[in-house]
Design a protein around this ligand. Structure first.
Ligand code: AMP
Length: 131
């Protein structure tokens, strides 16, 4: 059965898309730890990022680097934090998090739910900066 993230990449489940090419897709985390929290996924179904072939892993991280540059331009922050968890959704993904303080990477904090209009606005800003 397709993972929820495959269905998002296929457009079957709505998401706040920020970037896409033929192999990868990036969208806002629905319950961000900080505004502008993005998930980057390969369209190919692979449950665990470190099971990707070397060339796929390299391409994936290079795509994530381009997305990170866009997030950094679009969101007020000092740095973009990068993290792999994967305990909840069995589809490889990289979390990109705009950081103002170290605490913005704390996944134990209650996660946010932002209004749809704000999510839309953030996604549009990031998408506009994606090169
Ligand atoms: P993890 O697998 O532990 O890295 O966590 C999965 C992340 O995906 C969590 O931060 C969730 O908030 C996020 N998430 C789950 N479902 C969706 C969805 N439909 N759209 C956007 N983000 C999601």
């Amino acid at each position: 059965m397709a993972t929820i993230f495959s269905r998002i990449a296929a457009g079957e489940i709505p998401s706040y898309k920020v970037a896409e090419n033929d192999k990868f897709f990036a969208f806002l985390d629905i319950n961000p730890v900080a505004p502008g929290h993005v998930l980057v996924i390969p369209k190919k179904e692979e449950s665990y990022i470190f099971n990707l072939e070397d060339n796929e892993y390299a391409e994936f991280t290079l795509f994530a680097k381009r997305v990170a540059a866009a997030v950094e331009k679009a969101m007020p922050c000092k740095r973009i934090g990068v993290c792999v968890i994967g305990l909840e959704v069995p589809h490889a993904h990289i979390h990109l998090i705009p950081l103002r303080t170290e605490a913005d990477m704390d996944f134990r904090k209650p996660k946010m739910t932002l209004p749809a209009e704000e999510m839309q606005e953030i996604a549009a800003k990031i998408a506009a900066e994606f090169k």
